[in-house]
Design a protein around this ligand. Structure first.
Ligand SMILES: Cc1cc2nc3c(=O)[nH]c(=O)nc-3n(C[C@H](O)[C@H](O)[C@H](O)COP(=O)(O)OP(=O)(O)OC[C@H]3O[C@@H](n4cnc5c(N)ncnc54)[C@H](O)[C@@H]3O)c2cc1C
Length: 247
């Protein structure tokens, strides 16, 4: 049974019509960058809850989530109508294995996200371990339109702080925008455009890939990487691919 912490919304940001972030104050909650909590609201006398990745640094006492309003979804539309000062419930434990301590020793870490799947990676980018452990971090962030490419100032800051270590590659699938790739992540891996852009080869040698977001991207990229001899990573059977499916 879940034990719930009492949370209060202290900041709300609407990025575009269906994309939001909330900052939530709770009693302290320990987690590893990349993990998620259940966020719940009281509905008809019961807690209606769904998992959401924490995007803040584990050192930050205020929790932050980033989410989209799913049409006809049960919880996410209710989260969008929360106001500052409103109560939410937060599971007292964070879960998930899409975390840096699960990554084998490699030089190159590839982080591939669609939409709100950027969440776990935002948290990781805020930890010192990430910058200590890898020679290069390649972040591919795919969205449909430019307005959905959020947290851009954070990526600019990481880029200026870690110029030779961080490659940020934004993908916009439904609009042509300068300095972004106008295709799906899968297509740019298939045709070699991504590796050409970052000047690296994505092989099973010294590369680890984390995938987060929708299941189509995860299935397609996993199949493509398996064709290159890579495999899913588990503690028992080390491989190169770690995933977190949102839906
Ligand atoms: C481990 C984990 C972490 C997650 N972290 C996040 C997060 O950080 N941010 C976030 O926005 N979501 C996240 N999700 C998805 C989230 O938990 C909910 O599923 C989502 O908010 C929809 O909930 P709902 O109650 O509104 O819709 P529901 O009533 O539960 O479902 C309606 C339908 O919408 C589909 N759906 C679920 N999510 C999406 C989506 N994002 N876009 C389109 N369709 C969707 C479902 O497949 C379902 O068929 C995560 C899911 C998992 C498993």
């Amino acid at each position: 049974m879940t034990t719930w912490l009492h949370g209060k919304v202290i900041e709300k940001k609407q990025w575009c019509v269906d994309l939001y972030s909330l900052k939530i104050k709770t009693t302290p909650l320990q987690f590893k960058a990349g993990q998620f909590v259940n966020i719940g609201l009281q509905v008809d006398g019961k807690v209606l809850a769904r998992p959401y990745s924490l995007i803040n640094s584990p050192d930050d006492s205020v929790l932050e989530i980033h989410f989209n309003s799913v049409k006809n979804g049960k919880l996410s539309p209710l989260l969008t109508s929360l106001a500052i000062g409103d109560n939410v419930q937060v599971s007292d434990r964070a879960s998930g294995f899409l975390t840096l301590n699960e990554v084998p020793k490699v030089d190159f870490l590839w982080l591939l996200a669609t939409g709100t799947g950027i969440g776990p990676f935002l948290s990781m980018l805020k930890t010192p371990e990430l910058w200590q452990d890898f020679k290069k971090i390649i972040l591919c962030y795919s969205v449909k339109s430019f307005e959905k490419l959020v947290y851009r100032t954070d990526f600019d800051t990481f880029q200026s702080q870690h110029q030779n270590q961080f490659c940020f590659v934004p993908f916009i699938t439904r609009e042509k925008i300068d300095n972004t790739i106008h295709s799906r992540i899968t297509t740019s891996l298939e045709n070699g455009m991504l590796e050409k852009q970052v000047n690296l080869k994505l092989t099973s040698d010294s590369n680890h890939i984390m995938l987060c977001g929708n299941s189509n991207m995860i299935a397609d990229v996993t199949a493509l990487l398996e064709n290159r001899g890579m495999s899913r990573h588990t503690r028992r059977e080390p491989g190169n691919i770690a995933i977190e499916k949102y839906y």
